[in-house]
Design a protein around this ligand. Structure first.
Ligand SMILES: [Zn+2]
Length: 356
């Protein structure tokens, strides 16, 4: 019998409960640093934890050791006595352990957790990705991302409202997600490719898509102009695109104007100027089922000023007319490529940002 293998089957949730620690939705006060609000998160599907306050990570054994103030060796011994049926303590005389820890447990021998771990929702993975990036330290990369957004004319409020974030250390977040989720889940949710790499290697500026308050999609962007052989954007691997800022459609009043743009930045910019807008992500995708979201409003297509944009507007007008949705088209002046360029040129860029 391998003791560590056996202990690895014991659910971290069960261990925490047995230690008498309070949790709420798998979150608890961190024993590794002083805090009032719980920032240590338990991950039952990998039997591990991560603290968003102090970045401490580990498994049930290290948590047990910390809470009980034991060495790892002592923790393993005590846990084995408690959780492994028939574990024989006579053969382990060499292990020193502190006073009667076991009486606190509900029973001497616990069943091992052998239920299949729950499959995480994609949103849970995206949000874990976001949360980790947000707590990485600012560096030159995140500063250049901010500078770039500022140059494109975005205010601090807009960046915050749309919850943009930046991958500050690619290998760190890539490693973290692999610790927390299975390779299969990471690939299925589109964040990792077939070679098992996080897809946003060249695209550290992340534009999240939300629906009903949950993150449902995300898109990465290069900072500034793309290098040769690199696309400006990276979209999730093998996952269907969804509308950007779709939640705005729930708040809009009947008969109001809603702009439909190609890029997320154009949409953000129109919102910054007080308008209601959503974006398609790209000109050549529109799902017919999206049309019903626009039934109460006046749609204005405000697409890019290029062949693809004009073609897309033609196509969209046909679809919307078919569904009896009132729609018109707004054309950018000849010398402007997209909505955001137009506004930035007309209104200038904004104050120094100091955000992430
Ligand atoms: Zn902590």
């Amino acid at each position: 019998m391998n003791i560590l293998d056996e202990l690895g089957k014991v659910s971290i949730l069960e261990v925490v409960e047995d230690l008498g620690l309070e949790t709420e939705r798998n979150r608890m006060v961190c024993p590794f640093h002083e805090e009032d609000t719980p920032s240590l998160v338990l991950y039952p599907h990998t039997n591990s934890f991560y603290c968003f306050g102090c970045a401490k990570t580990g498994n049930a054994i290290s948590l047990f050791a910390e809470v009980r103030k034991l060495s790892i060796k002592e923790a393993i011994y005590q846990m084995a006595v408690t959780y492994i049926p028939g574990f024989n303590q006579t053969g382990k005389k060499g292990v020193k352990h502190s006073s009667q820890p076991i009486e606190l447990y509900k029973s001497q021998v616990r069943k091992v957790a052998n239920e299949k771990p729950l499959k995480p929702e994609y949103s849970e993975i995206y949000e874990a990705f976001r949360d980790f990036c947000l707590q990485q330290k600012s560096n030159s990369l995140s500063e250049s991302a901010l500078e770039y957004l500022q140059k494109r004319g975005f205010t601090e409020k807009t960046i915050r409202d749309f919850k943009l974030f930046c991958i500050k250390d690619y290998s760190e977040v890539s490693w973290y997600l692999k610790q927390r989720f299975s390779v299969l889940d990471l690939q299925e949710c589109g964040l990792y490719n077939e070679r098992n790499n996080l897809i946003f290697y060249a695209h550290p500026l992340i534009i999240p898509y939300y629906r009903n308050g949950r993150m449902v999609y995300l898109q990465g962007r290069v900072i500034g102009k793309p290098q040769e052989n690199t696309n400006r954007y990276s979209f999730l691997n093998n996952l269907p695109l969804t509308l950007f800022n779709a939640d705005a459609l729930d708040k809009v009043k009947t008969g109001e104007t809603v702009y439909i743009t190609e890029g997320a930045f154009d949409c953000m910019r129109l919102c910054q100027e007080g308008k209601t807008a959503v974006s398609l992500g790209t000109a050549n995708i529109f799902k017919r089922e999206w049309a019903k979201l626009f039934q109460r409003v006046n749609v204005v297509f405000y697409l890019d000023n290029d062949a693809a944009g004009h073609r897309a507007a033609d196509e969209l007008e046909k679809i919307f007319t078919h569904f009896n949705i009132s729609c018109t088209r707004k054309q950018l002046p000849a010398n402007y490529k997209d909505v955001n360029d137009y506004y930035t040129d007309r209104l200038g860029s904004n104050e120094q940002l100091n955000l992430f």
